[in-house]
Write a protein of this length. Sequence first.
Length: 183
Amino acid sequence: MTSKTNFAQTFRVSLSLCALLIALVGVYFAGRSILSYSLPMQQGDYLTAAQNSEGSERALALYDAGLVLYRAKDFENSRLALTEAYSSLSAKHGQIGKSDLPLAGKIQFLLGLVSERTDQGQLAIDAYKDALRHDPTNLPAKYNLERLLTKQAQEGSGQGEGKDGKPGTNPSSGAGKSGNKGI
């Protein structure tokens, strides 16, 4: 009977030590997450938060960084942050998860704005199309896409400069042989 009692006490002690070890590991990871992701996000240090996270958290931190850079008119670094944010959404599984589609739409919309600010109309059009593919309810993306497509159609009506610098049909104006705008 004494050996059964000793075994039970030893088993309880071992079980208690395992539970304590698991709790300490949990506290370590929770503390690490708070210090490396949550705290920098609250302080607006989005790039630090992005470096210490992965997946959707990384994408969100990079999106926030891209938004701050866009507002500061640092369009090139904003584009880099947003491109990395979009890539990180699909890095784990090779495709964007259903729960990440709204964030993907926001990233593409902001990429469209950045592309417009840097006079890259076709990239802006493509980004707005992607934003609508991810989130068909994104009315600002729809508006901007229609505005750019209308502008592109008006500019592509054969009013570009010819080879001699005079107005005429410019092959890069988007007008086909029949003079109609091709899409």
